[in-house]
Write a protein that binds this ligand. Structure first.
Ligand SMILES: [Zn+2]
Ligand SMILES: [Zn+2]
Length: 173
């Protein structure tokens, strides 16, 4: 039985518009790069979820501050047909919140602090990139991680920071 925490999560229905075609990076019924063409009837819910555990190369951060971005508003806001306003990468349900800072509480094996080149010890004040770039695809290798072919985005298609704890790869901390 793990520890629980409350999280602000967004649910929406996968109801693609007639002109929507599943892109090669999309995952049917789960994730798309064209959010406003697919997700309908957004619902913000506060619910109990498990506190995540850090795996190899990851850190557990206790969230201390988190901003509300225009993207958060546009994911939760529907147009007159019920579709979300946000047009980009989205996968629901997900815990929202991507502009945050906090304190490292636990580090998985091999999670290094790039400011010291030592393992995270816990207690470090940190913030994180919102884009979880893979580091292995061609755009990443060419120095364009924002064009990553296997991108995840904190608070958009993976769980974000409108909650007490978040796990992220140490390389984006
Ligand atoms: Zn933002
Ligand atoms: Zn990549």
């Amino acid at each position: 039985m793990g520890e629980k925490m409350r999280a602000v999560r967004l649910y929406a229905d996968w109801e693609p518009k007639p002109d929507f075609k599943l892109g090669w990076k999309d995952v049917d019924r789960k994730q798309t790069y064209l959010g406003s063409k697919v997700w309908r009837n957004p619902r913000l819910v506060i619910e109990e979820v498990d506190v995540p555990r850090p795996g190899p190369g990851e850190v557990l951060i206790e969230v201390k501050q988190v901003g509300i971005c225009g993207s958060d508003v546009h994911m939760a806001q529907a147009d007159e047909e019920g579709y979300i306003w946000y047009p980009g990468l989205t996968g629901f349900p997900a815990t929202l919140g991507h502009e945050f800072s906090g304190i490292v509480r636990e580090a998985g094996p091999g999670a290094f602090d790039k400011t010291t080149n030592q393992a995270f010890k816990g207690g470090e004040w940190v913030c994180a990139e919102e884009m979880l770039w893979c580091g292995a695809c061609k755009p990443c290798a060419d120095g364009y991680p924002n064009h990553c072919e296997r991108l995840d985005e904190i608070g958009f298609n993976v769980n974000g920071a409108f909650t007490k704890y978040i796990v992220v790869p140490a390389k984006v901390v």
